[in-house]
Design a protein around this ligand. Structure first.
Ligand code: ZN
Length: 112
């Protein structure tokens, strides 16, 4: 029996072995939120999670990050809750590490 390595998977079927594969969108700067997207362009979920940040004295600081319930539930069902939680937590950590915090801090929020 060929045992497959248990990887995180999006409900659309896309396996995400490496946190580098997620797409990260910086569009919601005013909301101080970064979207985490599925690497599959035709994914029906698209948004898998988010990272929230704060701007303090021109610096962007990590606030919180989370995956959305459909993605978490899907992986808990496949890997078991503990395993999925540990893996997803690690993915979030890696994604947050990859964020260009300096660049984020340089962008001024639109205040009128
Ligand atoms: Zn997907």
């Amino acid at each position: 029996m060929g045992e497959e390595i248990e990887s995180i998977q999006c409900p659309c079927g896309r396996v995400i072995e490496n946190p580098e594969e997620y797409k990260v969108l910086y569009l919601k700067h005013e909301l101080q939120e970064i979207d985490i997207l599925c690497p599959n362009d035709s994914c029906y979920l698209r948004e898998l999670g988010y990272i929230k940040f704060e701007l303090q004295e021109g610096k962007a600081k990590f606030k919180e990050a989370s995956f959305y319930p459909p993605f978490v539930t899907w992986n808990s069902g496949r890997l078991g809750a503990d395993e999925a939680e540990a893996k997803l937590k690690n993915h979030l950590k890696m994604i947050a590490k990859k964020v260009d915090w300096t660049r984020l801090g340089l962008q001024k929020p639109a205040t009128t």
